[in-house]
Ligand binder design. Structure first.
Ligand SMILES: NC(=O)C1=CN([C@@H]2O[C@H](COP(=O)(O)OP(=O)(O)OC[C@H]3O[C@@H](n4cnc5c(N)ncnc54)[C@H](O)[C@@H]3O)[C@@H](O)[C@H]2O)[C@H](O)CC1
Ligand SMILES: [K+]
Length: 504
């Protein structure tokens, strides 16, 4: 799915009206119907539920008025509260006229704030994508009133006060919604950790916006859902052999951190790799051979750290990082790898990234299309400067990837993949149970296997790997619960997750 800016969303509205020859109030009616249907289906409210609908002066408020009318028609008794304004949008005014007289409709003032019991459902239709400045005055007071009420807050399109695709000033008032019901495509703001407390559980409701416009519009950000990737992983041909899927080399582990090497190796073996060789310090030889018998092991001459790069000729792709440690001799191995990769795909994680950050001259040696998988702290070390907010970090990601012509997986709730040409892809799978040790090592193994598969483009390999890793986490958590989920559980579900993405 493409992620449009607020500006592009307005253009999409207009394109839809043109292409379908419909009036703007008809489109508003669709949007309202989608919200009302969701509300009744998902919340299954009793007819006695106190619905309070807060409407602003624009089309977001118009949506709210249409929802109020529809709830009334369905047998509910909503109350409408209007934010006083000097100017209203035409579709707001039309829906104000259409509001049945039986619905109580009151203009808000500092003195007439409704009492909201905890069983109330409050719809926030104050402001949507037309928000042009932070909320102040009465609008800010209403937001504060809603947030402290204890009622179930449901935001129409966007929680009021939240900008759809840029930061609002710190501390400015924003509705803290339990649910956000948006239209057709997600907003960038929904995907950033700083907004989690405002957006709640968000859903996009299809309302038939112009598919042709969406298809043609160039965007900076994408949301990767199952539909986006389904079938993109080619089936394994009947006559394929282990050479078809590549031979990967993994450099991982150090004394006390062999588990990271084992997890990455086992994940790689479960992700379709043809052959895997693992370079570990000598101390890891038995550990690897016993816990990953399908892999070959090339022990380093040094006991506790990897200090020598093996001959790269046999390998289709190389992964480096999990559990490595940051010895000077390991940094030297990284330098040689970067200098001698000769077009082989590289996947760099964990201590390989920390070594890049502390030996910054190595960044200049990064071969194009390298795939880096930092968590936010490792990414901060890579860029060398802290990000004051998520939007800033996103721009850092874009700049980093275009500067070094690399792919970079910024791990988090909606893991973001930066690409050499600029677009960022947000992943939709995964759960908080995966925020535990070893889960990143598993991702490295999955990505290494997919980068070794010559049938996949660097972009598809990265997107499929990230998605499958999260999906494996979701499948595993259904069995273990989120708290009980370990990286080893993830590995058991990589196969089923990849199977779901495999083409027929
Ligand atoms: N995109 C779709 O698919 C559809 C969207 N719909 C809904 O329309 C709104 C966007 O409506 P718009 O009229 O453009 O903007 P708003 O209602 O968000 O508000 C505009 C209104 O508010 C004034 N304003 C802006 N910021 C402030 C502020 N901080 N304080 C006070 N006033 C402010 C501004 O000047 C305008 O007067 C979208 O979110 C959807 O909910 C359609 O229903 C159809 C499909
Ligand atoms: K809203």
């Amino acid at each position: 799915m493409k992620i449009l800016t607020a500006h592009q969303t307005h253009a999409l509205d207009q394109a839809t009206l043109q292409a379908q020859g419909i009036s703007s109030d008809a489109l508003m009616e669709r949007a309202a119907t989608a919200c009302t249907t969701w509300l009744l289906d998902q919340l299954q409210p009793a007819f006695t539920t106190p619905f309070h609908i807060f409407c602003g002066p624009g089309n977001n408020g118009g949506d709210g008025l249409a929802i109020a009318r529809q709830l009334h028609a369905a047998g509910y008794t909503p109350q409408v509260w209007l934010l006083p304004a000097t100017k209203h949008s035409p579709d707001f005014l039309l829906n104000r006229q259409r509001l049945p007289p039986q619905i109580s409709c009151t203009e808000l003032s500092a003195r007439t704030m409704p009492a909201l019991p905890p069983e109330a459902v409050a719809l926030d239709a104050l402001f949507g994508t037309g928000l042009s400045r932070p909320l102040v005055g009465l609008a800010a007071d209403i937001v504060a009133h809603l947030n402290q009420s204890g009622a179930t807050l449901l935001a129409v399109d966007v929680p009021s006060g939240l900008f759809a695709d840029s930061s609002q000033p710190a501390g400015s008032p924003v509705v803290q919604a339990r649910y956000t019901l948006s239209f057709e495509l997600p907003k960038l703001a929904f995907l950033l950790p700083q907004n989690a407390g405002f957006v709640g559980d968000w859903t996009v409701l299809p309302i038939g916006l112009d598919a042709d416009f969406i298809h043609k519009e160039a965007v900076d950000n994408h949301f990767v859902d199952a539909g986006f990737l389904r079938g993109r992983l080619p089936q394994r041909g009947k006559f394929s052999h282990k050479g078809t899927f590549g031979h990967a080399l993994l450099l991982a582990g150090s004394y006390g951190k062999m588990g990271a090497a084992v997890l990455a190796a086992r994940a790689c073996l479960h992700s379709g790799i043809g052959l895997l060789t693992v370079r570990v310090p000598a101390v890891g030889y038995d550990i690897l051979q016993i816990s990953a018998p399908e892999a070959m092991v090339l022990p380093d001459p040094a006991r506790e750290f990897v200090t020598e790069l093996p001959e790269l000729k046999p390998y289709a792709a190389v992964g480096m990082g999990p559990g490595l440690g940051q010895e000077a001799s390991t940094a030297e191995v990284l330098r040689q790898l970067l200098q001698n990769a000769s077009g082989r795909p590289l996947v760099l994680d964990a201590d390989a990234l920390n070594l890049l950050a502390t030996h910054r001259e190595l960044l200049e040696l990064l071969p194009p299309n390298s795939l880096l998988t930092p968590h936010p702290k490792e990414f901060e070390r890579l860029t060398g400067e802290p990000a004051p907010g998520d939007y800033h970090r996103l721009e850092q990601l874009r700049n980093f990837c275009t500067q070094y012509r690399c792919y970079c997986v910024l791990k988090g709730a909606y893991t973001a993949l930066g690409t050499p040409d600029g677009p960022v892809y947000f992943n939709s799978t995964g759960n908080p149970g995966m925020a535990s040790g070893g889960s990143g090592d598993v991702l490295t193994g999955v990505l290494l296997a997919l980068r070794a598969d010559k049938r996949l483009s660097p972009l598809d390999a990265a997107l499929l790997g990230i998605f499958a890793h999260g999906r494996a986490g979701d499948l595993a958590a259904a069995e273990t619960g989120q708290a009980g989920l370990t990286a080893s559980d993830l590995i058991r579900y990589i196969g089923p997750a990849l199977q779901e993405l495999t083409g027929g």
